[in-house]
Design a protein around this ligand. Structure first.
Ligand code: UDX
Length: 426
């Protein structure tokens, strides 16, 4: 441990919730391994240092105007962040690397920040990459351009059910849906692939029992060390990276509900549920077109609703998924939510929206069989099938827990990662 204490690692997350959470959890995991941690962060969505008093925080000016930061065009926003952060990041990294006090010896970059590659090389610091999605969806995304070349993309309505033999059991309708200018997207994806290929190793928030086939192919395709050390979130408090305040009143509401009956609903869109079904629904501000939806609901309506349902703006998700009252998670299948659900053994009702979520949902329903796809509402037949899948969900929960225990695959991979960071070769 002493040797590790002298090593300082810098981590720089892409400033969105689904990237900040795994990065902070990874930082916590590495801190627990004895490394010192510096979190570099943009002005946009900067994390709360008081939640992590043992980390050092350094800000990187992103120079984004309010109108630029609030665009719904994710590809353009990533492009802007890549352009604006490159110079201030490099300057900060050089300072951190040459600090007399506690120099940074390894950068753990985010795969979507392409500039980290040149900056780390010029600063003379070793660079590893964190990819926050699963291994399967990473491979599909990395194949985006060739899928386009083979005519699978852009997705055509007439081909939705066609299989994509390169990535079984993916069908055309499961391929990543990413809107934005194709040239900008290509640049981001190209930088991601090249940046991983010539890094000192890639860290993934997944585990062998879940994604063994994809991990094995990834190891053949990328000539670098691959460290699947997930699920990360089991190593830190859930609230640590939340950008919105968690409404804990939903926990006392859950306490009053019968076991396994509540459906936890969380995705950025409008959904409807059967009027007999108790539900806890997260409506994040800005996630539906009427931004003040919750404020405009009369309080008598919300009070009457509490009999059967509860609506909050942001929930302590880990705690909700672990609650005895929660029987299912109606989710958009973001990778973090998918892993969190798997490791709590909660059955998923899948309603993916974009990006990697369709791939995640296909694997949840057809490969791991720990959830059901929601195509045209909640049919009775699907619910019966879902109940059968509950048993498998419990089995995967065991696997997600045992991989982190001494001798488990993620435990061993983490040990390998810690030694890899300490080793002198880059
Ligand atoms: C998106 C992609 O879908 C995801 O696959 C990619 O890895 C990152 O970008 P996002 O839409 O943010 O992610 O979803 P998800 O990956 O599920 O992350 C959401 C996080 O917010 C989870 O860690 C979840 O626990 C947390 N959350 C969500 C809360 O803490 N409270 C809530 O009410 C809702």
């Amino acid at each position: 441990m002493n040797q590790r204490n002298n090593r300082r690692l810098a981590l720089f997350p892409v400033p969105f919730q689904g990237y900040i959470n795994p990065k902070l959890h990874l930082a916590q995991i590495l801190h627990d391994q004895g490394f010192s941690i510096t979190i570099l962060h943009t002005d946009l969505n900067s994390p709360d240092p008081s939640s992590h008093p043992h980390f050092t925080f350094r800000s990187i000016s992103d120079g984004l105007r309010q109108s630029e930061a609030s665009t719904s065009d994710g590809v353009r926003l990533m492009t802007l962040l890549n352009a604006r952060c490159a110079a201030p990041f490099e300057e900060r990294l050089r300072e951190e690397v040459s600090s007399l006090d506690a120099p940074v010896t390894c950068l753990i970059a985010d795969a979507l920040f392409g500039f980290n590659r040149d900056a780390a090389e010029r600063a003379g610091v070793r660079r590893m990459v964190l990819r926050t999605t699963g291994a399967t969806s990473f491979r599909v995304l990395a194949g985006f351009r060739s899928l386009r070349g083979r005519g699978y993309l852009p997705i055509e309505e007439s081909r939705l059910e066609d299989p994509v033999p390169e990535f079984p059991p993916i069908r055309v309708k499961d391929l990543p849906r990413i809107t934005g200018e194709p040239e900008l997207l290509d640049q981001i994806l190209n930088d991601m692939i090249e940046g991983i290929k010539d890094s000192s190793g890639v860290i993934l928030n997944t585990f062998e029992d879940l994604e063994q086939p994809a991990l094995s192919l990834l190891r053949q395709e990328y000539p670098i060390a691959v460290f699947p050390i997930g699920p990360f979130h089991k190593c830190g408090p859930s609230s640590s990276g939340s950008l919105l305040a968690e409404d804990r009143s939903c926990i006392s509401w859950l306490d009053k509900q019968a076991p396994n009956l509540v459906v936890y609903v969380s995705f950025g869109s409008i959904a409807s549920v059967n009027d007999q079904q108790p539900f806890l629904w997260v409506i994040r501000p800005g996630s539906v077109s009427s931004s003040e939806l919750l404020e405009n609901l009369p309080s008598c309506f919300l009070e009457a609703l509490e009999e059967r349902g509860k609506i909050v703006k942001w929930a302590p998700q880990h705690e909700v998924l672990a609650h005895r009252a929660v029987g299912a998670f109606w989710t958009h299948n973001g990778w973090n939510s998918t892993l969190e659900s798997i490791s709590k053994g909660v059955l998923m009702i899948c309603m993916p929206c974009f990006s990697d979520q369709n791939v995640n949902a296909r694997f949840v329903s057809d490969v791991w069989r720990v959830g059901v796809h929601l195509n045209n509402g909640l049919e009775r037949r699907k619910i019966a099938e879902a109940i059968r899948r509950l048993l498998r969900a419990a089995r995967f929960k065991e696997k997600a827990n045992s991989c982190l225990m001494q001798g488990g695959s993620s435990f061993q991979s983490l040990d390998g990662l810690a030694n890899h960071i300490l080793s002198s070769e880059s």
